[in-house]
Design a protein around this ligand. Structure first.
Ligand SMILES: Cc1cc2nc3c(=O)[nH]c(=O)nc-3n(C[C@H](O)[C@H](O)[C@H](O)COP(=O)(O)O)c2cc1C
Length: 210
C-alpha cells in the first residue's frame, strides 16, 4: 500500500483535539502551500482562506459552530470563504498575475480573458456564488490530504452558521462568505473516534465501470 493510502486510513475527522499541542510554523507553511496549489476552475481561486489563531475570536465563533469543541481546542481554525460576487475584476486580476509570473504580455492573454468573462456572463449571480463555493471544497480536500501526509489531524466542518461566521469575521464587508471550515492540530488521546473502523461503501456500490 502506498504511503498515501496508509495516511488516508490514518486520518479521521477528529472530534477532540489536544488543546495543548500547536502546529509548527514550518508545518503550517506546508499546509498553506498545499491550499495554494489546489486546482480551481480557470485557476481563478475565487476565495480567501482565513487562518484563525486568535483565541478570543474562536471562543466567539464556537457557539456559531454548534458549540463544537474543535473550534477552540484545535491548533488552528481555517475558514474557506468564497467571493459572493464574481466579476470581471477577478478575471483581470488573474490575467495580470499570469502575465507577470509567466512573462507574457497582457494583450496576449486577452482572448482567454474574454472567453472566461463570457462564460461568467452565462451564469446568474446565484450560480456564480455556488460555483465559487464549490472551488473551496477542492482547497479543503488538498488541506486534508496534506495534513494526513504530515500526520496532522484535521476536521472538515459544515456544522456552522455561515451568516454568523461572516458577521463575526467581518467577511460580509469583503463580499466573502464562509463556505466550509476545517480545524487542524493534534488528536486528544481521549478521542474514541480515532479507533472506529472506517465506514465506506463497498467497491460494488460505489464504482460503476463502463
Ligand atoms: C464537508 C464536510 C463537512 C463536515 N462537517 C463536520 C462537522 O461539522 N463536524 C464534524 O465533527 N465532522 C464533520 N465532517 C466529518 C465527516 O462526518 C467525516 O468526514 C465522515 O463521517 C467520514 O469519516 P472520516 O473522515 O473520519 O473518515 C464533515 C465532513 C465533510 C467532508
Amino acid at each position: 500500500m502506498s504511503n498515501f493510502l496508509e495516511n488516508q486510513n490514518w486520518r479521521y475527522a477528529t472530534k477532540k483535539f489536544d488543546a495543548t499541542k500547536k502546529i509548527s510554523k514550518a508545518d503550517l507553511d506546508f499546509l498553506k502551500e498545499a491550499i495554494k496549489l489546489s486546482a480551481s476552475s480557470y485557476g481563478l481561486q475565487l476565495y480567501k482562506v482565513i487562518i484563525v489563531e486568535n483565541t478570543e475570536l474562536r471562543a466567539k465563533l464556537q457557539p456559531a459552530a454548534w458549540g463544537q469543541s474543535q473550534i477552540v481546542d484545535a491548533s488552528h481554525l481555517i475558514v474557506f470563504a468564497n467571493y459572493t460576487k464574481v466579476e470581471d475584476e477577478h478575471i483581470d486580476e488573474y490575467l495580470e498575475n499570469a502575465s507577470q509570473i509567466r512573462q507574457i504580455p497582457l494583450e496576449a492573454l486577452s482572448g482567454y480573458g474574454d472567453f472566461m468573462k463570457g462564460s461568467l456572463k452565462s451564469k446568474t449571480s446565484e450560480e456564480l456564488n455556488i460555483w465559487a463555493q464549490k472551488q473551496t471544497y477542492l482547497a479543503l480536500g488538498n488541506l486534508l490530504n496534506a495534513a494526513a501526509e504530515l500526520k496532522i489531524d484535521a476536521t472538515p466542518m459544515e456544522g456552522f452558521v455561515p451568516a454568523q461566521f461572516n458577521e463575526i469575521l467581518g467577511l460580509d464587508k469583503l463580499n466573502l462568505n464562509a463556505a466550509v471550515i476545517a480545524t487542524v492540530g493534534y488528536r486528544s488521546e481521549e478521542d474514541a473516534t480515532q479507533f472506529y473502523k472506517k465506514v465506506r461503501k463497498s467497491d460494488e456500490n460505489l464504482f460503476i465501470t463502463l
